[in-house]
Design a binder for this molecule. Structure first.
Ligand code: GLN
Length: 314
């Protein structure tokens, strides 16, 4: 077994960086172009308060789908598990994260799960606040508490790009409005979804989200931010659906809950042990960072992080 250290992470980054060649940078995001292809960074924060990082760990990217994890935490806090899962399913899907067909064929009311776009838009309609400025403010305050980073903010150009490129998400939302899946104004749910996608974070920030989950809701100051039973739900949903339609592969090859975003970000959670934050902007066809995904699997193997493995199967 490898020992976790900055030197080990530096080597791991160099081993995994070449996997970027198998992916493409999502150029629909502002300032994302092929010059980002070879960027790869990682931060790891352990439950015993150690911090390790390597590569381009300070490079900030928009949260994109990693925001779905935070939205789910808030909706569970605001409405409870029963109500949230009346609006959205719990099951993994083999369809793409923005599939239109999936929301009609599966269940006439619910999207598959909170980690696909339709599911997250439905979840956004379950965040309290009265209006979107307040809802987003709550989201950002919660995220600042989790990450211990008061500088976090939405990038206006990313938000505008989400609006401009949002036809697909609008289609999903309006379809759900027709089935009764959205409990408040469809445009408001979409607008909140667009805003949360546009918050900029670094590997440290992503790792701290993972650490909160690894510590069952206790933040770095020892304060409980969210009850453990909600986080049990969030971790289970990340495990089964967090890597989109590659979630089964990651359950097998990583064996701990992860969530990715099309900015190449990944949040990893090793319960009781560590939070992992990765940024590697080249993504595969399903939306997962190719070098970042390789790194998740390597860390799992080298550091024995797979919860389904026992000593004899490493
Ligand atoms: N902004 C992207 C979208 O809504 C986020 C999706 C993702 O990261 N998979 O399609």
């Amino acid at each position: 077994m490898e020992q976790l250290s900055n030197e080990y992470l530096n080597e791991a980054i160099e081993d995994c960086r070449p996997y970027a060649v198998n992916g493409n940078v999502n150029t629909s995001l502002p300032n994302f172009d092929d010059t980002l292809r070879d960027k790869l960074g990682v931060s790891i924060m352990t439950t015993d308060q150690n911090v390790y990082s390597a590569g381009n760990s300070t490079h900030c990217v928009p949260m994109q789908s990693t925001a779905k994890v935070i939205a789910l935490m808030l909706a569970l806090h605001d409405f409870g598990k029963e109500r949230v899962f009346q609006a959205v399913g719990m099951e993994p899907t083999d369809e793409m994260f923005n599939s239109i067909g999936a929301i009609e064929s599966h269940d006439k009311v619910k999207p598959f799960n909170p980690m696909v776009n339709a599911g997250a838009i439905a979840v956004c309609s379950l965040i309290k606040g009265g209006n979107n400025d307040n809802r987003f403010d709550r989201y950002l305050r919660f995220l600042k508490q989790i990450t211990n980073n008061n500088e976090l903010a939405m990038d206006e150009s990313v938000y505008q790009a989400e609006i401009a490129n949002g036809a697909r998400n609008r289609s999903l939302a309006y379809f759900m409005q027709s089935t009764g899946a959205l409990i408040f104004d469809v445009e408001a749910a979409l607008d909140l979804y667009f805003r949360i996608n546009a918050v900029m974070m670094s590997c440290d920030d992503f790792a701290r989200v993972g650490l909160l989950l690894a510590r069952d809701g206790i933040d770095s100051t020892g304060k409980r931010l969210i009850p453990p039973h909600h986080l049990r739900t969030v971790k289970a949903i990340m495990m089964t659906s967090g890597m989109y339609n590659s979630s089964g592969e990651y359950a097998v090859d990583a064996g701990f809950p992860c969530k990715s975003g099309v900015s190449g970000s990944i949040i990893g959670v090793v319960p009781g042990r560590m939070g992992i934050g990765i940024v590697g902007p080249a993504i595969d066809k399903k939306g997962n960072s190719t070098a970042g995904g390789a790194l998740i699997k390597k860390l799992s193997k080298d550091l024995k992080l797979n919860m389904f493995r026992t000593e004899s199967t490493y």
